[in-house]
Design a protein around this ligand. Structure first.
Ligand code: ZN
Length: 329
């Protein structure tokens, strides 16, 4: 059996819509007044969006559901699904701990609750029956003020081990704060955390080459080979891996067709830039969206050859932040 590693998956987008719907029913949640049956919910939840902003809005709804008391429910289900249906041996799960704190509390109390959020997630990502290794990446957010992002860094540093890295997520806005975020990444790295950053997902506008000195990987970055291929040389030199999530680009309206990724893969290969294929938000994609399914779609659309498969699957393990051991491929 081939085992896989997924390096880019959001806790808010990792769960099958059926699991979310059942949870809403158990809670008798008010959102069900819009969705009296599952099909309506499924179609809304997995529909392609026109923009990344629109996509992120639904993501925020799930983040609020994943509060402290309900995190064990979601963590168990995502681990068993990833192991049973996707053959994942290793998963890096990313999330923003602040968005899962109690929204009714004042900010200082919410900041104080973040450590508990990480502890509860850590305790519930090791179900005995499903031997999958799950490591955590904590996300800063472009919408949050500096002090909250700094508090997220502190929580990541305090939980180094189960937490292996940090990421910068959220809509691609506020580029005037680029320097602030680069400094955060540099501080994270200096304390032993690995770094990745959502960059170049919808356009190349937020790709500032100053980021490169502080990053181990780039979340997406597909517009670098598409629009600024001259940057690839530096990515190769610094051994920065791109996390490419094929179906996601259709769901967020970034690409119209998988074949648009041919240029991304070809230019990265020619420049010696590693690519890891990942899922991003598989629960938000029309089912079944799994990591093995993403590989299959890339072959189907002539983005990669079947012969490239092993190499690309291995990249998931090689570029991992916290994988110890050998790949099974
Ligand atoms: Zn992402």
């Amino acid at each position: 059996m081939t085992l896989y590693a997924d390096l880019h998956r959001h806790l808010g987008g990792a769960l099958h819509p059926r699991i979310i719907y059942k949870f809403l029913q158990r809670q008798d949640h008010k959102v069900l007044s819009y969705f009296p049956d599952y099909d309506g919910f499924y179609n809304w939840f997995t529909r392609p969006c026109r923009t990344l902003e629109e996509f992120v809005k639904i993501h925020s709804l799930v983040e609020e559901l994943q509060s402290l008391e309900h995190l064990p429910y979601f963590c168990l289900r995502l681990c068993r699904g990833a192991y049973t249906f996707e053959n994942l041996q290793y998963l890096e799960l990313r999330y923003n701990p602040y968005f899962r704190t109690d929204h009714d509390l004042p900010t200082p109390k919410r900041l104080g609750q973040m450590n508990l959020i990480v502890e509860v997630i850590t305790a519930n990502l090791r179900p005995a029956e499903y031997p999958i290794t799950v490591k955590q990446i904590l996300c800063f957010d472009r919408r949050l003020p500096k002090n909250i992002n700094e508090a997220i860094l502190k929580v990541a540093q305090d939980n180094l081990g189960p937490v292996v890295g940090v990421d910068l997520a959220g809509p691609e806005i506020n580029t005037e704060k680029t320097e602030e975020w680069i400094k955060l990444m540099a501080r994270a790295r200096a304390s032993g955390l690995k770094t990745t950053c959502h960059l170049g997902e919808t356009s190349v506008d937020n790709v500032d080459p100053r980021y490169f000195a502080t990053l181990d990987r780039i979340g997406h970055g597909i517009h670098i080979p598409l629009a600024k291929p001259e940057y690839l040389k530096e990515l190769a030199k610094r051994q920065i891996t791109l996390e490419v999530c094929p179906t996601s680009y259709r769901q967020t309206g970034v690409l119209k067709d998988f074949s648009d990724l041919r240029t991304v893969f070809a230019r990265c290969r020619d420049a010696g830039v590693a690519v890891a294929v990942c899922t991003d938000n598989p629960g938000r994609n029309p089912a079944p969206c799994t990591l093995p399914g993403e590989y299959e779609r890339l072959i189907d659309h002539d983005v990669i050859d079947f012969g490239d498969l092993k190499e690309i699957q291995n990249e998931g393990f090689r570029s991992a932040f916290g994988f110890v051991g050998s790949t099974r491929l």
